[in-house]
Structures are given as structure tokens and as C-alpha cells.
Design a protein around this ligand. Structure first.
Ligand code: NOJ
Length: 740
């Protein structure tokens, strides 16, 4: 995208040039530079800014909503009287005519005709719903996520949306936190790659392309560290972890060109994210040169008062603007107080103008001044085309993770299926949280998908509700189980147990669902357990009862077809976990990239181990079975001694030992055993997914850049690469590299 004009905008000579252009333009009568699509972007911005009154500027920095608020967690009164001068609206409508009517007021009935920017939470699809982001991360196929984001952008754009509040790249290590569903798991590199691909998918080659929309990296920053998984709570984050874990995906997203950033709700070790000059201005805008704008999260400016950082709303507006928040989402603190704050000299005109410039720049870059309106296209042309649905099916299939498959019970060899469980015919929860304008009626349920295949004879019984008894439910389920060859049991969570405000104190399945499982196990029939959830689950007391477990997450519109693809063996499962499944809830936090413990040599003697449970998680990051076996060869390194800055080729051969073509993802980790800041046991640096034919072998290569891949951040944000020993790992092999 074209916002990255470091040399141009940062250069004083150019600012002088724009000032001259604007001055000449104003001397030449009526010529309005900002209306000239052929004029230079910065000249347009400066020209428009120079014409604006204080009130007009302040309106540009506020956002309200249009249509019925679809997010129950977006609390607060609705503002009925939307001024035509408003900078942005969260548009909850899919009706372009509504947008166009609002836009017409802004463009034709205001003094300067500045178009409104319409935003929406397009998180994993607009109407065609793709799997939740956490599931997409498990596909380890970022190319598919980019394509899914392009589809979401097209559907959104044709519904009047210019701007999506995603990707969410908050690294998440606590599955009690409901928002783990919205991000890309526990690894900063994985979140960086997926987040960047979402941005590329949305923003296309240029922001003013027909189907491009602007991205918004959120929630900046460290929101994933909410204590105890309680949403909106404070976080305690060291600078080491801030730099090496939480900031990394944001930095990658800025490098990928994200047009905007959203400041988070959380307090970061004493300074709320929406009043944090260090993260918002020093890091984001000064170090990383982000030239787009920062929007607050919903009411996160006013919430500075509740957090104890601001004495009142006016003070909150002062703190937020001075810290670097450019646009106020919904709480109108900016509208109410920026003029007074300017008069009181609590904020500067320079900073106010900087914020306005940033907003205007995006409006020009998106081409809103030239094309403010949305064309009217029928629903059948804009939504759920065959192409979109096929893609949604592919993403869903690749996202599913096979956790257990005793005696190769999958793919299914049986014909007669007892299909049981509250998720089996569910069309709402299976879409997941933040399912935008997805409709239950569009969803292919698991039952519908299996039936449509014509491969099976299916008898269905719900067994229980998600969290409640169903009269005769268990008995009925047991009855049909006895009459069939195999039980396909579909358990899981409500969509609203994940996402915003979806915190849980335990990640175990509801009691009634476990009772159903145990009841069915008594029949002695094999059980294939399908789990649909927006988070990793506690499975230690579930796993022993199931012969096979497939984590399907919340797969979206094409859930049923994707499940059938895997169960039937049409496609081999290829997902791997992007987030660790703890052994039990008490083990949280548990994640693969933890720093080393102090008594590793004595671990086998019980040192540093739980007295009551295993230390190891149930299923770690990167875990996932296939219908075939892959044999990894030894890692080959082009040079075992290198200098900082060198690039090395590292490769490994992987052979498909089974009878079925299947995809495998090779995960490349590094480990730095001795460092002046202790580092994680291992760190993911690259991954690649490829199809390997049955009996065939493929060479996977990692081009290691010793500077990029071996370095680490010190507490002050300085990146360093230390000479010494490193290990490179793939599969079960590891190889030593000496860096001089
Ligand atoms: C609050 C959520 O935290 C954020 O992710 C979302 O974009 C806004 N509400 C707008 O819906």
C-alpha cells in the first residue's frame, strides 16, 4: 500500500514544497488542490487541513455507529443524531444504500465535503464465514488466509465497508481468555506471518483498488496478557516479553503496510495502552514510522477514568491524544474536550493537526474523495459465490487438527453412523464469535455435510444441550449408538464463550457433555470425537474415552463439508496446533516457547514438576496427526560456521511413508542455549507446508538469515545478535551452528 512514504513525508524540503503548492493554489482563485485527484497526496492533505475549522478537525477524529450495534460488548448509549461531519462510522448494516445516504450528507451537504470512513469488525469473513483465526493459524497455510481475506474484503466493500478492524495479532498464552479465538495463537512469528497476510489480502496492491479495504492491527499492545484470562483486565508484562513476544507481530504488520492500528483496553504494567506514549508514539510512530492513524478501542479513552489513569473524561482525552491515539471510537471524549484542551494548552495544535492529517491521508489513499459511494449489487453476486464457498471449505479442512487416532479409526471405514452431540446439527456456534454478517441459514452443519456426501447411513440424536440436560437425551443417544457401527460425537462450546468478554475459569467441557461421552463409551462402540471450540480445551478426562479426536474449531459456513472431507479420507488432516492444549486448567499458562527452568538436569528426579499432574501439556504447539506417516531425514546445513549477517541454506528431506498423498508442514525452530538475556527453549522462525505424494520425498529448505533469525530484543528495544552456539531444529533432529 502506498502509505509508506518515509522519505517524502519526513523530508523538510518536501513539506516546504507542499506549503508552496498550497499557497500558490490559494492565490490562484478557486483551485482546490484537495479535490484534484491528480495532485500529490501530501499537497491534498495540507490543502484540506488548511481550510478546516477547529470543529471540522475535531469531528474527523471521532467515530460513531451506523445501524444496530451488533456487538453486545460495545456498551454505551446510541447516538441518534449523527453529524454529517463525522470522521468515521462503524457500519453494522449491509445495505449500501444506507451508507450512500450517510455519505451523501457528508459529501454534498457539508462545507468541505469530506467523505466518511466506514469500518466494521470483519474478523473471519463478512457473509461467507471462514474458520476462526486461531483455526486458520492451525492450517499453517497463510496463502489461504490471504485469499480468505480477499474474499472478505470483496464482500465487505460491496456492502459499504472501507475498513476492517482486523487482524488481531495479540499473542495469546492463556486459553481462558476468550479472545484467543480471534488471533493466531501463542507464537509471535506465526502471528506475524498470518497477520501480515490478512493485511495483504485486505489492502491488495493499492488501497484505492476496487476491492481493497484498509486493515487495522489490534489490539496494541499486550492485550493477550490479560491476567487470569479475564478480559479488559490489567497486564503485567516485562519489557523483555513486550519486545520479544507482544510487539513482534505488530511490527511485522506495520512492515506489511497496515493502514491503521487500534489501541487496546488493557493497562500495560501501570500505563494503559490507550494512554501509552512509549508504545504508541515512541515505538509505533517514531521508531516504526507508522504514518497511518491509531483508533482507540471502543470507549477505551473514557475507560482511562475507570482504570485510574485519568481524573475525568477531559483528562482522558488529553492523555490519549498526547500519547498518540488519533481517533476516538465512540466515546466522544475528543469531540467534547479537544477544543477546550487546545485553549488550555494541554494539547498542541501541532499534535491535533498530526492526528487529522493521518485520518485524511487514509481517506485520500482509499480514493474516497473520488469514489465515495458503494455500487448496488445483488446479494447473489456479492456473497457466498461458489468460489468463496469452495475456499471456505478448503480453509476449514486445512485448519482441523487430528489429536488422536488409535488403530487408524479414521478415515471412517464404517457406513452406519450414530451422529450424536449438541454440535452435530448446530449452525450458529459452529460459525464462532465475530461472525459478522454470517447467517445460520448459510451454514452446512456437520449432519448436513455427512448426509449430503451420500457415503453414510446416519442416525442422529442430540444427546444434550451444550450446557444443559435434554430430557431423555442420554438414553436416546445410547440407544442409537447401539444400533450403529461407529459413534461420531460432536461436542464443544457456545460461540459466545469465546471472543470479546468470553473469559472462562475452566477450559473443560461442560459436565453434561462429559456425561454423554461416558454414557456412549459404555456401548463399546468406537467413538470419533469432534470438538468445536474457540479455544484449546482441557481433555485429560475426555481423551481416554475417545478412539479418535478431531479438533474442528469453529469452521464457519462450510463446516459440514469440511468435516466430511476429513472423516471420509477425501483429504488427510494437515492442521497442527497453533496453541498448546494444557493438560488441565491449573497448568495454564503453558506454551512451547517458555524460557528454560532452573533445574532441567534434575527434572527426572521430580524437580520443578507438579506433584499431582504431568508437567507436559496434553498436546503441544505444532502437534497434529495425519492419515499417513512422514519420516524426517537429517538436517543438512550449508555451513556450520557463519558470521552475523550471513544467509545459510538448511534443508531436510521428508518422506511420505503411507498410501495416501498428504500435506505436511515442516516447522523450523532455533535455540540459543546461552544468551545474556535468557531465551525460550526454542523459537519458531520459519514454516512451510507442502503436499507430498504417497511414497515420495520432498526437500524442505529454510533460508536462515543469521541477523533476522537469531537475534533478540533487549529490554530497551535494542535488537542484538550474539556470537556463539545456536541449534536449528526440524522434526526430531537438530544441528549446531556456530556464529562468529
Ligand atoms: C471492542 C473490541 O475490543 C474491538 O476488537 C472491536 O473492534 C470494537 N469493539 C468494535 O466493535
Amino acid at each position: 500500500m502506498s502509505l509508506n512514504r518515509k522519505n517524502m513525508y519526513g523530508n523538510r524540503a518536501c513539506c516546504f514544497y507542499f506549503a508552496v503548492v498550497v499557497l500558490l493554489a490559494s492565490c490562484s482563485g478557486n483551485y482546490e488542490v484537495y479535490k484534484d485527484s491528480g495532485a500529490n497526496l501530501e499537497a491534498r492533505v495540507e490543502d484540506l487541513l488548511a481550510r478546516m475549522t477547529l470543529e471540522e478537525k475535531v469531528w474527523q477524529l471521532n467515530q460513531l455507529i451506523l445501524g444496530d450495534n451488533l456487538n453486545v460488548n460495545n456498551i454505551g448509549e446510541e447516538i441518534m443524531d449523527i453529524p454529517a461531519e463525522i470522521g468515521s462510522l462503524i457500519s453494522f448494516t449491509t445495505d449500501p444504500e444506507m451508507r450512500n445516504a450517510m455519505q451523501k450528507r457528508a459529501v454534498e451537504e457539508t462545507r468541505l465535503g469530506i467523505p466518511i470512513l466506514f469500518g466494521m469488525d470483519v474478523i473471519h469473513g463478512f457473509r461467507t464465514i471462514f474458520p476462526i483465526p486461531l483455526a486458520q493459524a492451525c492450517s499453517f497455510n497463510p496463502e489461504l488466509t490471504m485469499q480468505a481475506s480477499q474474499v472478505a474484503a470483496k464482500e465487505a466493500k460491496l456492502s459499504g465497508i472501507d475498513w476492517s478492524f482486523s487482524p488481531m495479532v495479540d499473542v495469546a498464552r492463556d486459553p481462558r481468555w476468550g479472545r484467543v479465538a480471534e488471533g493466531y495463537g501463542e507464537d509471535p512469528y506465526l502471528a506475524s506471518v498470518f497477520g501480515s497476510n490478512v493485511i495483504k489480502g485486505y489492502q491488495g496492491k493499492a488501497l484505492n483498488d476496487t476491492f481493497s479495504i484498509a486493515a487495522c492491527l489490534k489490539h496494541y499492545v499486550a492485550y493477550g496478557a490479560s491476567e487470569g484470562g479475564r478480559d479488559y483486565h490489567a497486564t503485567e508484562v516485562s519489557r523483555n516479553t513486550l519486545w520479544n513476544v507482544y510487539l513482534r507481530p505488530f511490527h511485522a504488520g506495520i512492515q506489511a503496510g497496515s493502514a491503521t492500528v487500534m489501541s487496546a483496553f488493557n493497562d500495560i504494567s501501570g500505563v494503559p495502552a490507550s494512554a501509552n506514549h512509549y508504545t504508541l508514539t515512541e515505538i509505533l510512530k517514531q521508531d516504526w514510522k507508522h504514518e497511518g492513524f491509531v483508533v482507540s478501542d471502543w470507549n477505551s479513552i473514557e475507560q482511562l477514568v475507570f482504570q485510574g489513569a485519568a481524573a475525568n473524561r477531559k483528562h482522558a482525552a488529553e492523555l490519549a491524544l498526547n500519547a498518540g491515539v488519533d481517533m476516538d471510537m465512540k466515546d466522544l471524549c475528543y469531540k467534547d474536550y479537544l477544543p477546550e484542551l487546545l485553549e488550555d494548552r494541554k494539547i498542541s495544535e501541532e499534535r491535533l493537526d498530526d492526528a487529522v492529517r493521518r485520518v485524511l491521508r487514509l481517506k485520500f489513499t482509499l480514493g474516497l474523495f473520488e469514489h465515495p459511494y458503494t455500487p448496488i449489487v445483488s446479494d447473489s453476486l456479492r456473497y457466498l459465490t461458489d468460489e468463496y464457498r469452495n475456499l471456505a471449505r478448503e480453509v476449514a479442512t486445512e485448519s482441523m487438527v487430528l489429536l488422536k487416532n488409535d488403530n487408524d479409526i479414521l478415515p471412517l471405514k464404517f457406513k452406519k453412523i450414530a451422529l450424536v452431540g449438541p454440535m452435530a446439527d448446530d449452525s450458529v456456534n459452529i460459525m464462532g464469535s465475530w461472525s459478522c454478517h454470517g447467517k445460520a441459514t448459510d451454514v452446512v452443519t456437520i449432519k448436513a455435510g455427512l448426509e449430503a456426501s451420500g457415503l453414510y447411513e446416519i442416525e442422529y440424536s442430540k444427546g444434550c444441550e451444550i450446557d444443559a440436560v435434554l430430557p431423555n437425551g442420554l438414553a436416546d443417544a445410547r440407544r442409537i449408538a447401539g444400533q450403529n457401527d461407529v459413534i461420531v460425537l460432536c461436542l464443544g462450546e457456545y460461540a459466545w464463550w469465546s471472543g470479546e468478554n468470553g473469559s472462562k475459569s475452566t477450559i473443560s467441557l461442560p459436565k453434561i457433555q462429559k456425561e454423554l461421552l461416558k454414557e456412549l463409551a459404555q456401548t463399546g462402540k468406537p467413538i470419533v470425537l469432534l470438538l468445536s471450540s474457540g479455544r484449546p480445551l482441557e481433555l485429560y478426562d475426555v481423551e481416554p474415552y475417545a478412539n479418535s479426536i478431531l479438533q474442528i474449531w469453529q469452521p464457519g459456513t462450510m463446516a459440514g463439508y469440511a468435516v466430511c472431507d476429513i472423516l471420509s479420507g477425501n483429504i488427510s488432516p494437515s492442521g497442527k496446533l497453533a496453541m498448546t492444549f494444557p493438560y488441565n486448567t491449573g497448568q495454564i499458562p503453558v506454551y512451547y516457547n517458555a524460557r528454560r527452568q532452573a533445574r532441567i538436569p534434575y527434572q527426572s528426579q521430580g524437580q520443578g514438576r507438579y506433584k499431582d499432574i504431568q508437567n507436559e501439556p496434553m498436546y503441544p504447539f505444532g502437534y497434529g496427526l495425519s492419515y499417513t506417516d512422514f519420516k524426517y531425514g537429517n538436517i543438512i546445513l550449508s555451513d556450520s560456521i557463519a558470521e552475523i549477517g550471513d544467509r545459510l541454506k538448511i534443508s531436510v528431506n521428508i518422506r511420505n511413508m503411507g498410501n495416501m498423498d498428504a500435506e505436511e508442514t515442516c516447522l523450523w525452530y532455533i535455540s540459543d542455549p546461552v544468551s545474556y538475556i535468557t531465551r525460550p527453549v526454542k523459537e519458531l522462525k520459519y514454516f512451510e507446508k507442502r503436499m507430498i505424494g504417497s511414497g515420495e520425498e520432498e526437500t524442505f529448505t529454510f533460508e536462515l538469515d543469521t541477523y533476522r533469525d537469531l537475534g533478540y530484543y533487549a529490554d530497551d528495544g535494542n535488537y542484538f545478535v550474539e556470537p556463539g552456539q545456536y541449534y536449528i531444529m526440524a522434526g526430531t533432529d537438530s544441528i549446531k551452528l556456530i556464529l562468529k
